[in-house]
Design a protein around this ligand. Structure first.
Ligand code: G16
Ligand code: MG
Length: 219
């Protein structure tokens, strides 16, 4: 039985992943830290401070805790300026149709995102009131691959984890879903992820029967 679908935000609902890259790139260039798209791939689904630690692990720079906080804050200012340009046109293919057909079948929908900017992003794309529950970076202490964000979403929805399917673009997110006792569908770059029950280019061809099948797979 499937009672709910939990959507990751960045890379699943909207491509803010490119904005994260641009913002980190700008800060890295200013600080003369090494950063490229390959390193950026490892930041998917990972919290802001952990992302900074990953970037720093590729450079010989040393920063105090306070300076790290300031760097992360600067990155977020650049990132939020980019988010100002977001509109409903940026919602990724297939998302709206899938949300509508889940609603029509009385299957609950939630957001499970590491991002502290989740409320702002949802507002920008016109989906602030579309979900039954939102679990995000503001309400958790451990970010993906820890299952906390998805378990919180299930709790807010009042459904058992086994009745939830997660849609993710990141390995950290797929690992988090599995650790939560949920099944995972990988989209976009997650095509290369391991352990997802199903991988797809985007959501335009995903139907509910496939989601039900995914949830029935025994691991
Ligand atoms: C997203 C991104 C990550 C980002 C994280 C925190 O997670 O994939 O790259 O570092 O949010 O974002 P913020 O700096 O806005 O708090 P998700 O879980 O939505 O893919
Ligand atoms: Mg993501």
């Amino acid at each position: 039985k499937i009672s709910a679908v939990i959507f990751d935000l960045d890379g699943v609902i909207v491509s803010t992943d490119e904005f994260h890259y641009q913002a980190w790139k700008q800060i890295s260039d200013q600080e003369k830290m090494y950063f490229n798209r390959e390193i950026n791939e490892r930041l998917r689904g990972v919290s802001r401070m952990e992302s900074l630690e990953i970037i720093l692990s590729h450079s010989d720079k040393n920063y105090s805790e306070k300076d790290k906080q300031l760097l992360a804050q600067r990155k977020n200012e650049v990132y939020c300026a980019l988010l100002n340009k977001l509109s409903p046109n940026d919602i990724l293919p297939g998302v709206i149709n899938l949300l509508l057909s889940l609603k029509a079948r009385d299957i609950k929908i939630a957001i499970g995102s590491s991002s502290k900017n989740t409320p702002f992003i949802l507002e920008q794309i016109g989906l602030a009131f579309s979900f039954n529950a939102i679990a995000d970076g503001n309400s958790i202490t451990n970010s993906k691959p820890d299952p906390e964000v998805f378990l919180l979403a299930a709790e807010k929805l009042g459904v058992a984890p086994e009745e939830c399917v997660v849609i993710e673009d990141a390995q950290a997110g797929i690992d988090a879903a599995i650790a939560a006792g949920m099944k995972a569908v990988g989209v976009g770059t997650a095509a290369s992820c391991v352990n997802a029950q199903l991988t797809l280019k985007d959501l335009s061809n995903l139907n509910i029967d496939q989601l039900i099948e995914v949830n029935e797979i025994r691991s």
